[in-house]
Design a protein around this ligand. Structure first.
Ligand code: IMP
Length: 184
């Protein structure tokens, strides 16, 4: 079965390839454009993208909207994660947490899928905390400052296998695989 992954983020493409490839799915990258609306939740963004892409005859595809939610900052950057990463970056986030004891945070991933004309959404979440400084070179985005619960290393210090086993995206992709299996 062939599935397109629609994103401009090479880090996401790599993780989708790795996770879905091992499930026997053929993944093809498509750089299709979708305007990200300003919304309060990842799901709203995903549903809007599914609606925008509905009539473009793309075949079966998935798209992913994800974000980092920091509890002491009221969930910021959340749905604005991509913009915040490009502007103030990891160091800006670390500055905002200066002198704040509660460094707990979580990543959430919302995947939208269009399969044989049917659209659905799955989610994954990974709890953890924000480290004191960036550490590690693997992964992408905020990986060097995110330490998942029960681990003492950041996502960026983990192999792709290890990150996939516990990450928000790994969890959401496993939900996706279950949903697809039921539809085949
Ligand atoms: P979007 O889903 O394209 O809106 O982007 C979400 C942003 O959140 C990305 O640009 C990253 O900065 C960050 N992000 C999402 N998932 C991850 C992840 O697995 N690791 C690190 N950062 C992530």
């Amino acid at each position: 079965m062939r599935l397109k992954i629609i994103t401009s983020n090479p880090g996401k493409v790599r993780e989708f390839h790795h996770a879905l490839g091992s499930l026997g799915l053929d993944i093809e990258h498509a750089n299709e454009n979708c305007d990200e609306i300003q919304a309060d939740t990842l799901e709203e963004v995903v549903l809007s993208c599914l609606a925008q892409l509905r009539f473009r005859e793309l075949g079966d595809y998935v798209l992913d909207d994800s974000g980092l939610f920091i509890n002491a900052l009221g969930g910021f950057p959340g749905v604005y994660s991509s913009y915040i990463f490009r502007t103030i970056g990891m160091n800006g986030i670390l500055k905002l947490l200066d002198n704040i004891n509660d460094r707990s945070a979580y990543f959430e991933c919302c995947i939208g899928c269009s399969f044989r004309g049917e659209e659905f959404v799955v989610w994954g979440r990974c709890d953890g905390s924000i480290g004191m400084h960036p550490s590690g070179t693997d992964g992408f985005g905020f990986d060097p400052i995110f330490i998942p619960s029960d681990y003492d290393e950041t996502f960026a210090e983990m192999s792709i296998d290890k990150k996939e086993a516990i990450s928000h995206r790994g969890r959401a992709i496993r939900e996706l695989a279950i949903a697809l299996e039921e539809k085949i």
